[in-house]
Design a protein. Structure first.
Length: 116
């Protein structure tokens, strides 16, 4: 059973394909913008325990597995409690679908399971 040892830390998780699309679009706009520009893509801002539950809830029906997780009692507080980005992304603006992203994630795990 997967375990989350730092469930209280608030972090910013994002599907890699959405992040790549956002950075590609940003890169295309750089020559048109004077001065310094930056992008801090943000999507799922929540504590790591909540994200683990989100992930499990998305994978369970797609994989046909229970996808149970264990949230440990956090004892390590050596990092900042909140570490997030500031530019909330609208996936639709990039032609990105959250549903398709979760489907692709499940397919990755399905294929990985079959190859072992």
């Amino acid at each position: 059973m997967p375990a989350v040892r730092t469930p209280l830390y608030v972090r910013d998780n994002i599907h890699v394909d959405l992040m790549a699309s956002a950075y590609a679009a940003f890169d295309e706009q750089i020559p048109a913008r004077p001065g310094v520009s930056r992008l801090n893509p943000s999507f799922y801002v929540e504590n790591q325990g909540a994200f683990a539950h989100r992930f499990a809830a998305e994978m369970a029906p797609r994989l046909g597995l229970a996808c149970t997780i264990a949230l440990g009692e956090q004892t390590d507080f050596s990092e900042p409690m909140v570490r997030i980005n500031t530019d909330r992304l609208d996936g639709a603006a990039f032609g990105w679908s959250e549903e398709r992203a979760w489907d692709a994630e499940a397919e990755f795990y399905r294929e990985a399971r079959q190859s072992h």
